[in-house]
Design a protein around this ligand. Structure first.
Ligand SMILES: Cc1ncc(COP(=O)(O)O)c(C=O)c1O
Length: 468
């Protein structure tokens, strides 16, 4: 057993937490290991009401890409707030929304004509993409993946396959969602290993991975004709599922299958998009242009905004009569002018250097984490792209044996111990997947701040290993 005590907070923070508990829902995912009350935040740093400062390597779950309260984003928000707060993008026109749609059409992969729908969140974007695919194809079934997280609405929940607690008690979910194994190669769900798992078979000239073969040979033979499938929903890199980066063949294979059977390929880039991986959209690492991209989180640097960018024929009935007709979908708040102004400024900052910084500092961090993996027996895997990085904690590196669910006498798991210990040392980290720790800092992070985080990570590893 590891000896460990959950972090304490100062008196003002304690009082606020007490008040919160009396009025807020109990279904939140706050953890006793990061009892953080935030009074203010700037750049990479957040401060609690008692004046304690923390280095933020979570960015509010990969949202604050431009850092907390970036002055240019705040200025854009203030400027827009003085001009127009709301009018309703479903019914009227306004400059920030049009400009943002133009930017997203240009920035997203694929040189084909596109159209944009604005929502308020990630889950709402998925909801729209789901309705769009069913409407356009009039096909009842969809494909998604084990380990996926797509949000908390009924569509998001039904597509997700990450943790059973997110679904338990809510059945019946949306029917006809078929979950496939995702190529989590470190712990292959088919117990194979990449690249030797590839046989001689190909699909449209691309080496067929056994996990994708499961779709072509099992699902399409035993469960459904591909002609009944409207869409494949896939996180380009799985987020909540463990920051899992699929092999090079994976997305091209999904694209080839989608193309062959006229299935709509929907990339969920809600967590991995907007420059986090060192390219504007993660799917560009695979050279794929999906039919639909769902975006949210970092899009407006912290203001609520989601977007669905789709091939024009799916969303514009002047281009294709099967597309959404007038009135088929909409939102009161989606594309709020202030959120759009924040997003326009966010994209400018990303293009002016933050995407590049994500690639540079992310590459540096990954190398350093690999060094840490070499020095520590409980770090089994380091993975990710750009500033979407994770390392997986294992009890035994050789066998990849996992830690038991509880590693302390109070019943804490290894991830709780890790993030709690880091928090006590002033570093905010989150867990993901099976016993993995994710690093998703704002894209403004410097090498110096990366070094500070790495120091804490290594200190925590030394402390935990000393007790094993
Ligand atoms: C990949 C992915 N899709 C969808 C969502 C849902 O987004 P939201 O919480 O904004 O509804 C999330 C949230 O974490 C996510 O990571």
């Amino acid at each position: 057993m590891i000896s460990y005590r959950s972090p304490q907070v100062g008196p003002k923070a304690t009082e606020l937490i007490r008040r919160d508990r009396k009025v807020m829902l109990g279904a939140d995912t706050r953890s006793s290991e990061i009892p953080l009350v935030v009074e203010r935040a700037k750049g990479m740093w957040v401060e609690d009401p008692d004046g304690r400062r923390y280095l933020d390597f979570g960015a509010g779950y990969a949202v604050c890409a431009t850092g907390h309260c970036h002055p240019q984003v705040v200025e854009a928000i203030n400027e827009q707030a003085n001009r127009l707060l709301h009018i309703g993008g479903s019914d009227f026109y306004y400059r920030p929304e049009i400009e943002l749609a133009e930017r997203l059409v240009r920035l997203t992969p694929g040189s084909f004509p596109k159209r944009v729908y604005f929502a308020n969140s990630g889950a709402e974007s998925l909801e729209a993409a789901f309705k769009l695919s069913r409407y356009y194809t009039r096909r009842p079934k969809v494909i998604s993946f084990l380990g996926a997280f797509h949000g908390r609405t009924y569509v998001g929940m039904s597509l997700s396959g990450s943790k059973k607690v997110q679904r338990a008690g809510f059945s019946p979910l949306i029917p006809e969602v078929i979950h496939l194994p995702y190529p989590y190669c470190y712990r292959c769900p088919l117990h194979l290993s990449y690249p030797s798992c590839k046989g001689s078979r190909q699909f449209e000239g691309i080496p067929l991975l056994p996990c994708v073969e499961y779709l072509t040979d099992t699902v399409f033979e035993r469960l459904t004709d591909p002609e009944e499938v409207s869409a494949i929903f896939v996180e380009t890199i799985q987020g909540e599922g463990g920051y899992i980066v699929p092999p090079p063949e994976f997305h091209p294979l999904l694209q080839a299958i989608s193309k062959k059977y006229e299935i709509i390929l929907v990339a969920d880039e809600i967590q991995c998009g907007m420059g986090r991986t060192g390219k504007p959209f993660a799917i560009e690492h695979w050279g794929v242009a999906p039919d639909v991209i769902c975006i949210a989180k970092a899009l407006a640097s912290g203001l609520p905004l989601g977007a669905v960018v789709a091939r024009a024929e799916l969303m514009d009935s002047e281009v294709d009569p099967r597309a959404w007709k007038k009135g088929a979908h909409g939102s009161t708040f989606g594309g709020n002018p202030v959120s759009c102004a924040a997003a326009n400024q966010t994209i400018k900052l990303l293009e002016e250097g933050l995407v590049e910084n994500a690639a540079q500092v992310g590459g540096y961090l990954k190398e350093k984490l690999k060094g840490i993996m070499g020095r520590h027996r409980i770090v089994g895997d380091v993975r990710g792209k750009g500033l979407m990085l994770a390392f997986e904690l294992v009890r035994d590196k050789e066998s990849k044996e996992m830690f038991p669910r509880q590693v302390t006498s109070e019943g804490k798991g290894i991830v709780q111990v890790f993030v709690g210990s880091s928090f006590k040392k002033g570093l905010i980290l989150f867990g993901c997947g099976f016993n993995s720790i994710r690093l998703s800092p704002p894209l403004v992070v410097s090498r110096r701040e990366a070094d500070l985080a790495l120091e804490v990570i290594e200190e925590v590893l030394v402390e935990i290993e000393a007790q094993l």
